[in-house]
Write a protein that binds this ligand. Sequence first.
Ligand code: PMP
Length: 294
Amino acid sequence: MLVRVGGTPLLRLAQCVQNPKVRLYAKAEWYNPGGSVKDRPALNMIQEGERSGKLTRGKTLIDATSGNTGIAYAMFGAALGYEVELVIPANVGPERKRIIEAYGASVRESDPLEGTDGARGLVQSLVARKPEKYFYPDQYNNPANWQAHFQTTGEEILHQTKGAVTHFVCGLGTTGTFVGTSRRLKQANAAVQSIAVQPDGPFHGLEGLKHIPSSWIPGIYDPTLVDGVEEVATEEAYAMVKRLAREEGLLVGISSGAATVAAVRIAERLEAGMVVTIFPDNGTKYLNELFWEK
Ligand code: PMP
C-alpha cells in the first residue's frame, strides 16, 4: 500500500474552458490509497521521523489535522505498527472521524471556533505534558511536508504535462502542496505562475483550506512563491462541485470545487496556456452537506 502513494492521474477538464488554446487539468489526488493528497506528506513525515530517529517503536504519533492528514496518519500507523492520536476541530464532518477511528486511531476534538489553530494548541499542551510518549510531526512546520510535493506532486506534473504547464492554481491549508509543487515547477521553468486559492473570509465552508490573513501562518509557508491570489466564496465552490459532478462526471471535495473556480478564472484571462490545479480529495466525505439538497 505504501508504494501506491502518488502517481495520480492528471485529468483534463474539457467542459470548463471554451478557448481551444487554453487547457485546464486537475490532479486527481483521491487515487492515493488514503483517498487524499495528504498521503504524500504524511508518509514522508513518518519516514523522515524514522530516518532521524525521532519516531521509534512504542511512540505515539500525534498531530493536529482537519481530517485528511489524520486519515493518512491513521492508515500508515496501522500498516507500520504505530499508535496514532489526532486532534481535530469539532466542526469537521463526522465522516473523517469515523474513517480515522476505523483504522484504530483515536480522535480528540478541539474548539470549533478556533479551527486548526485551536487543534494545534491542544496538541502542543498534550506533547508538553508527556514529551517522551509522542512523535509530533507538526505538519504546519515540517519541511518533509512540502518536500513530499517537491519530490512527487511537482515532479509528476512536469512529467505529465511534458513541461508545458504555465499556471499552477492551488489552495492553502498547511500550504505544503502549494509550496512544494510551486518550488519544483519554478525550478524547472521560472516563468510558471503560482496562484494561491483563498476562502473569501475567516468563516467559510472550504474544509481543508485556511484563511491566511486571519490565521496563524504555517512555518513552511513561503509568500515569495505567490504570483497571485484568488478569493473564492463557499457558495461558488459548492456550485462548482455540483457542476463538476454533472458536467464532467467528477465527484470532488469542496476544496477541489474552490480550486476549479479559481483555475477557470485564470484560464479565462489567458490567450493561451496550460493551467494545472489540484483536486485534494473526492466528494464521498461531503455527501451529507446541505448544499446537495438545494
Ligand atoms: N483540501 C483538503 C480537502 C485538505 O484536506 C487539505 C489539507 N489540509 C488541503 C486542501 C490543503 O492542502 P495543504 O495542507 O497541502 O495546504
